[in-house]
Design a protein around this ligand. Sequence first.
Ligand code: ADP
Length: 403
Amino acid sequence: MNVLIVNAGSSSLKYQLIEMEDESILAKGNVERIGIEDPVLKHEPMGKPEVKISKDIKDHTKAMELVIETLVHPEYGVIKSMDEIAAVGHRVLHGGDKIFESVVVDEEVKKVIKENFELGPLHNPANLMGIEACEQVMPNTPMVAVFDTAFHQTMPPEAYTYAIPYEDYEKYSIRRYGFHGTSHRYVSKRLLKLLNKDAEGTKMVTCHLGNGSSIAAVKDGKCIDTSMGLTPLEGLPMGSRCGSIDPAIVTCLMERKKLSTDEMNIYMNKKSGVLGVSGISSDFRDLEAAAADGHERAQLALNMFSYSVKKYIGAYAAAMGGLDYIVFTAGIGENTPSIREDACSGLEYLGVKIDKTKNNEIAAGCGAEGEISASDSKVGVYVIPTNEELMIARDTVELLGLK
Ligand code: ADP
């Protein structure tokens, strides 16, 4: 049985077709530049050469039609007809404070996605377009929505409330929501499965370190705190996002540099983070190479990042009253041993001890999963490659009772 995973952006539509018996990917791809000039579909059928299709694609419905045409194409397709797609799982950014778990798409769910347009202005409208495009193109196929915020909905009020006048939380829904929830949920579940352990009684910190980075405190299998907030800007310094800074810096810079709200948003989201500090790149591979050549600000950016990860691990150990496991995942977490080592150094007092050989063995590009803590470490430290699409596919099958 096959499940199609759809991740719709404002001018893009990423997809993956997964065969659920052995959870293998049959094909994946991306329609880019929807509604703008030179749209293109890049399609990767497994075991066949990649194809690029340039065509006029004016909206998400046209994009979805092209995806289906491509998936059933006699030459580079991977299925014979659309009927071989049992269900569609959609990635949706923001479920606000109404959605706690994955849900079967119906009118009520679409209404919640719409109600949260203001909280996820770049993603939610696009996610809804993706859902409506599928409704048009494959009206009889059931759909499930999996929300990036859902896993964090178990946070207690003291973790999600900001110290601003309470009526503004009530009126504008300004609170911590957290993001990358599907990834934090996937790796925390995967670790428990690897260890053959029940969630009850476990205290885990999951570190999703990629272009966007976030950390979650997962106690008894449930999220009790996370570093991203109302938006994915809070928390760690990221590729080009500033993460947590003194909020007074915002008004100070807007005044001094005469920046508008839009310009300030671009400054914080696109010009800051390790890119802003190093002045050279948002990519950790470039920063490591530059630091090795003696580039001081590249080294400073790397140090700031690891130091910040370490602070969150310590803070969440305090929040949970202890620590049993640390998990590293996503582009940096899976591929950069030096960041994992630096983030864990100095945490010996918490019982964290990395085995440098094991850590270095899970090197760039190897895609491996495994333990990197020393045999006498009280805290188990693991690298687990994330797989948000698979999590969405599993939720889809489970919720629709397709097994
Ligand atoms: P996104 O948030 O865009 O999904 P990723 O999780 O792909 O981001 O992470 C991108 C980051 O991972 C980049 O800073 C990149 O330098 C880093 N990275 C380091 N090594 C690798 C690698 N071998 N493959 C991919 N990303 C890597």
